[in-house]
Design a protein around this ligand. Structure first.
Ligand code: GLN
Length: 276
C-alpha cells in the first residue's frame, strides 16, 4: 500500500502540466476529507483501500480532462463554496466584479428587488441575497437541472430571500419589475476554438456560446429587460473582454442612460451597465 507522498508523486506524474502537483494534492485531500496542509504533516500515512481506489478514479478522470470543480462537486465563489454539477457553468472569479457593481446599486437598509437571469449554480443571486438580506432576489434559468442546483445551494447556505423560476431570460419574470437586473449570459462566439479546449469542453454549451458573434443572448436581454426595470433601474451584464463597445451601443440603442463598462482584475472591460 502506498503512503501519501508516493500517491502524490505518482499522480503528479500521471497528470503532467504545471498544476499537476497541486491538483493531485487537492484531489487526495478531497478523498481523505482533510486539508492539503494535513497531507504535508502526514506524508507516511497510508490511506485505506477504498480511499486509494477513489483517488485513483479521480486522477484518471482528471487526466481525461474533467474539470477539478466537477470532480470535487464544488467551487469557491464570493464568501462561500457552491455545490456544482456538470449541468451548470463553473463560477469564474471575474463574475465577482458583476456582484460588486450590483451591490453598489442595491441599498443596504431598505427592501429592494433584484433579478439574476441564467443563474446556473446560483452564484450571483446567492452572493447578492447574502449581502443584502432585505433584498428579494429572483433567480431564473432555462434549465430545470440548473435551478435544482441553485435551489440546493440556497437551502444549504440558509438563504431564504431568493426565489427561483424556470424560463428563458425575461420570460421567467412574468409581469414583475426590479430595481436591478443582472446576468452573466453565454457570450462566446459559437465557432470560437476555446470551446473545444480545457474545462470549457465539459461545461454546458448553452451557458457558454451564443451565436455567430457571441452576442445573441445579450441582444435578447437588452431588448427585453428594460420593461422589467422600475424607472431608473439598472441593468448590468457580464460579457467577453472585447465586447464592451458593442454592448454599450446596444444599451444606448435600447434607451439606456449613463452606459459604462468596468474592468476586471485582468484589466479587461468585463461588465457593462446602464440605467433605464
Ligand atoms: N467567462 C467564461 C469564459 O470565457 C465564459 C462564461 C460565459 O460565457 N458567461 O470561459
Amino acid at each position: 500500500m502506498n503512503d501519501l507522498r508516493t500517491l502524490i508523486a505518482v499522480a503528479s506524474a500521471r497528470l503532467a502540466g504545471e498544476d499537476a502537483r497541486s491538483e493531485a494534492e487537492i484531489l487526495l485531500a478531497h478523498v481523505l476529507e482533510r486539508t492539503r496542509a494535513w497531507l504535508f504533516a502526514w506524508p507516511e500515512h497510508v490511506p485505506n483501500a477504498a480511499q486509494a481506489a477513489a483517488f485513483e478514479r479521480l486522477v484518471e478522470a482528471r487526466a481525461g480532462g474533467k474539470p477539478i470543480a466537477y470532480l470535487l462537486g464544488r467551487r469557491a465563489f464570493w464568501s462561500f463554496d457552491l455545490a456544482l454539477t456538470p449541468a451548470v457553468l463553473i463560477p469564474r472569479p471575474e463574475t465577482e466584479l458583476l456582484v460588486g457593481l450590483a451591490l453598489e446599486r442595491l441599498p443596504r437598509d431598505v427592501a429592494c428587488t433584484v433579478a439574476d437571469l441564467g443563474t446556473g449554480s446560483g452564484a450571483i443571486a446567492l452572493a447578492l441575497a447574502h449581502e443584502r438580506p432585505l433584498a428579494r432576489v429572483r433567480a431564473t434559468d432555462r434549465s430545470a437541472d440548473a435551478i435544482a442546483v441553485a435551489q440546493a445551494n440556497a437551502q444549504r447556505l440558509g438563504l431564504a430571500n431568493v426565489e427561483f423560476a424556470c424560463g428563458d431570460w425575461c420570460e421567467a419574470l412574468g409581469g414583475m419589475r426590479f430595481e436591478v437586473i443582472v446576468s452573466n449570459p453565454p457570450y462566446i462566439a459559437s465557432e470560437d476554438p476555446h470551446l473545444s479546449r480545457g474545462d470549457l469542453r465539459h461545461e454546458p454549451l448553452s451557458a457558454l456560446a451564443s451565436g455567430e458573434d457571441g452576442l445573441d443572448a445579450i441582444r435578447t436581454i437588452v431588448a427585453t429587460a428594460p420593461s422589467h426595470l422600475l424607472p431608473g433601474g439598472w441593468l448590468l451584464l457580464e460579457h467577453g473582454w472585447e465586447q464592451a463597445p458593442q454592448v454599450r451601443e446596444l444599451f444606448v440603442r435600447n434607451g439606456g442612460r449613463d452606459a459604462a463598462s468596468a474592468r476586471d482584475l485582468a484589466g479587461h472591460e468585463r461588465v457593462t451597465f446602464a440605467r433605464f
